[in-house]
Design a protein around this ligand. Structure first.
Ligand code: SAH
Ligand code: SF4
Ligand code: F3S
Length: 461
């Protein structure tokens, strides 16, 4: 290492917003001369960008810190170790007490101050910064360089809304990310233009409740997510837009209409329902019923019949009976998901549900999870199979495993493998779906590529 080129290694856990934050941390440190390290072993600064959503996720950081301690002892190296993200926010100085290897703790709303915090850490202090900054984090963060953008590929995340005021009774996010706030439209447009100028073709707008977006528009008024999407769709070169995660209470009529009227908006919706039981939904403080959810997705499907619906479910919430769980199975059947995430309820310190009676036994949670997962897996396979014989647009986003092979994503976010000689990463191509694998579609470029099938069969995933 040279003094002018310290090496940074950021390891992210948790949601897409953490992935985005990790990139922005690297951007914040790039003007200080930091370059990416190939591994933690090779780094001068290690940042663990943590997640607090479930116990397992939160505990990962401590096993990772154990590994780092061992690595330091074995190699004699002494990188600065920072804990960032939602565990940092939730546990703050406790982390320093629990792990001597940690040099600094920084929350998701304060990482714009990383350069200064690292200087303090290097001088021997063990700073903890978990302020919800009054300054605009995004204004202060250095933008990514074109080279950094290009190294991250042709798809990118952009946080547009952060924090949550919903206080679902199981969830730590309102405490770790703070109150809901939206970035101004001009900031998001400038960031997206910069990404597109450096080769990005698809942008996913992120927010904990992204459909509650209400950022200040250039006219001084609050703009909705739909209005923001139309504005971004005007950027030449940007091919695709997505957004995640939505809350059923915040899907506005104009957002639903955008699924019909905005061709760049992909026919994909991640809309968590958590449970199909109204009793559980009330106990979770979701503030909608199962019927509300089904009506809502019917409206979205009326606007965009070709929709891939995704969701989140929690099984074993306190008080969940067999009948409540059957209601979850039944809403999942009725909603017909293209994919979904399923979780066992994990009691989180400081959340209202954690101390409630009626905690569900682990084996019951496991059994329910398996049943729900089997249903979702069937739905996912059925959704994929129904695409065989159809022509879809594929955004090529990475090299395939074999010569001439290239991989991309369908409009429905499925990985697609194809043989497309001459095609380049970043191209949007028309392709016919010919087969499905466990995790991918196989497709042939429309009107092209002989021998595609045999080559694909060879490379079967
Ligand atoms: N803001 C999003 C999701 C945030 S967390 C929303 O409102 O839907 C992502 C998912 O993790 C949640 O949708 C939920 O399914 C799950 N989750 C959150 N807290 C959990 C907990 N304590 N135990 C198990 N799963 C949880
Ligand atoms: Fe958590 Fe509920 Fe907020 Fe989603 S809406 S982040 S689940 S509190
Ligand atoms: Fe985890 Fe924080 Fe995201 S708790 S899911 S990293 S908002």
């Amino acid at each position: 290492m040279t003094a002018s080129q310290p090496k940074l290694f950021v390891k992210s856990y948790g949601c897409q917003m953490n992935v985005y934050d990790a990139e922005r941390m690297a951007d914040a440190l790039a003007p200080e001369g930091y370059v990416a390290a190939a591994s933690a072993e090779d780094a001068d600064v290690i940042v663990l960008n943590t997640c607090h959503i479930r116990e397992k996720a939160a505990e990962k950081v401590y096993s990772e810190l154990g590994r780092i301690r061992k690595m330091k002892a074995e190699t004699g190296r002494s990188p600065i170790v920072a804990v960032a993200g939602c565990v940092a926010q939730a546990e703050g100085a406790e982390i320093l007490k629990r792990s001597a290897v940690v040099d600094l703790v920084v929350g998701p709303q304060s990482y714009q101050r990383l350069p200064g915090l690292l200087r303090e850490a290097r001088a021997g202090a063990r700073p903890v910064d978990t302020d919800f900054a009054v300054e605009d984090k995004f204004e202060r963060l250095s933008p990514p360089t074109p080279k950094a953008i290009a190294s991250r590929g042709v798809t990118a995340f952009v946080t547009v809304q952060e924090g949550c005021d919903k206080f679902c009774t199981f969830c730590v996010v309102p405490y770790t990310r703070g109150a809901e706030s939206s970035r101004p439209v001009s900031q998001i447009v400038a960031e997206t233009e910069r990404l597109v100028a450096a080769g990005v073709r698809e942008v996913t707008l992120l927010g904990q409740n992204v459909d509650a977006y209400h950022g200040e528009g250039p006219d001084g008024r609050d703009w909705s997510l739909a209005r923001l999407l139309y504005e971004l769709a005007e950027i030449p070169g940007l091919a695709r837009l997505r957004y995640t995660t939505s809350h059923p209470r915040d899907m506005g009529d104009d957002l639903i209409a955008a699924h019909r009227d905005c061709p760049k908006l992909m026919p994909y919706l991640h809309l968590p329902v958590q449970s199909g039981s109204d009793r559980m939904l009330a106990a979770m403080n979701r503030r909608h019923t199962a019927a509300d959810y089904l009506r809502l997705i019917a409206r979205v499907r009326a606007a965009q019949p070709d929709l891939a619906l995704s969701g989140d479910f929690i099984v074993g919430f306190p008080g969940e009976t067999d009948a409540d769980f059957e209601a979850t199975m039944s809403i999942a059947r009725e909603a017909a998901y293209a994919s979904a995430f399923t979780f066992k309820y994990s009691p989180r310190p400081g959340t209202p549900a954690a101390d409630r009676g009626g905690q569900v036994a682990e084996e019951v949670k496991t059994e329910r999870l398996h049943r729900l997962q089997a249903l979702i897996a069937d739905q996912q396979a059925a959704f994929a199979r129904a695409l065989v014989g159809r022509r879809i647009e594929v955004l090529l986003d990475r090299a395939g495993r074999h010569a001439g092979q290239i991989a991309g994503r369908s409009p429905y976010l499925q990985p697609v493998q194809l043989v497309a000689p001459g095609a380049r990463i970043g191209d949007l191509i028309e392709a016919d779906v010919v087969d499905v694998g466990p995790n991918s579609l196989f497709a042939e470029p429309a009107g092209g590529a002989r021998e595609t099938r045999s080559m694909l069969a060879e490379a079967a995933v």
